[in-house]
Design a protein around this ligand. Sequence first.
Ligand code: PLP
Ligand code: COI
Length: 355
Amino acid sequence: MVTTLDISIEKTTKSRVGEYDVNDVPFGKCFSDHMFVAEYADGKWQQAYIKPYQDIPMSYAMSALHYGQAIFEGMKAYKNEKGEVSLFRPDANFRRLNKSAIRMAMPEVPEDIFMNGIFELLRLDSAWVPSSETGSLYIRPFLIATDEAIGVKASETYKFIIITCPAGKYYTEPIKVLVETNYIRAVKGGIGFVKAAGNYGRSLYPTKLAQQKGYQQVIWTDSETHQYVEESGTMNLMFVIGDTVVTPGLSDTILSGITRDSVLTLARDWGLRVEERKISIFEIIEAHEKGILKEAFGCGTAATIAQIVGIGYNGKDYPLPSVESRKFSPKVDETLRNIRKGREKDQHQWMVKVP
Ligand code: PLP
Ligand code: COI
């Protein structure tokens, strides 16, 4: 699908960037100077514009608010030592956004609108991209249904919006996770494989309960047996058992993470054995008891690599080997950082420089 829209640009008259230390801000709370909006109506994309970051004018009857026709992406831009800004695998986010759009009966966003919207924004707001070792500009493209209508039906109007915010670490410490055996994130035939807002809303209550028990996150299990681990919070799950990297195989209940794919690609590049398959919690506990569960971690755009240092299941805690003893995940973390910072050969052409 090719659609070219001219982007009209209204620049801010007063940048707010000086009000922050972009290398040291809490995740997702301060937004860059500009935002991108493209509007869809009458069966086609109508207009695209960049404006100073501001609220959306909306009706209280806006359909996204009532029936959850709302999808989003999460991606990051990095600044290298020369001050150049590059995106990590934006083509993969673009494809996933449209996979979500199709499942939620929303119009697909043309590649030109998605990519040029981000490029234009990043050219205007490059001063907001952190240059620190672990900093990045988090980019949040999202698509929402904007019909003013209370009836349950696919909206006829939409807004595709991109906002950005400087981001440091999502988890500042390694995490303890609780295997959730009552509530579920996703079901067969559902929407777990797409990035729909409703997946996150439903996750908050079980996560709150886990946090009250001293865990930072839950491990979601399959809805039928609660035996097979799927994801942790908003991250894909990885284990190193013996010398094998093991991760749950993709299905319609698991989001196909871009970080997940990158981690597996590096593991294969390094000649490691990789298995993408069902993993039961009993297998994890058995590996722990045999002393061959060497690493567990979550991976995702916001979190990057989040080390898991303890797993709770059925009233018992299973402490994992220290982060210092781990080999694979720290190497992955460092390699990804080096590729993103332009210090290591980008063999797979993951980085896309802002033109
Ligand atoms: N799983 C869920 C439910 C997520 O929300 C995310 C975050 O985007 C991920 C996994 C990791 O995906 P990615 O690596 O593409 O960010
Ligand atoms: C991401 O990793 O980009 C996410 O979407 C996680 C969260 C901030 C929703």
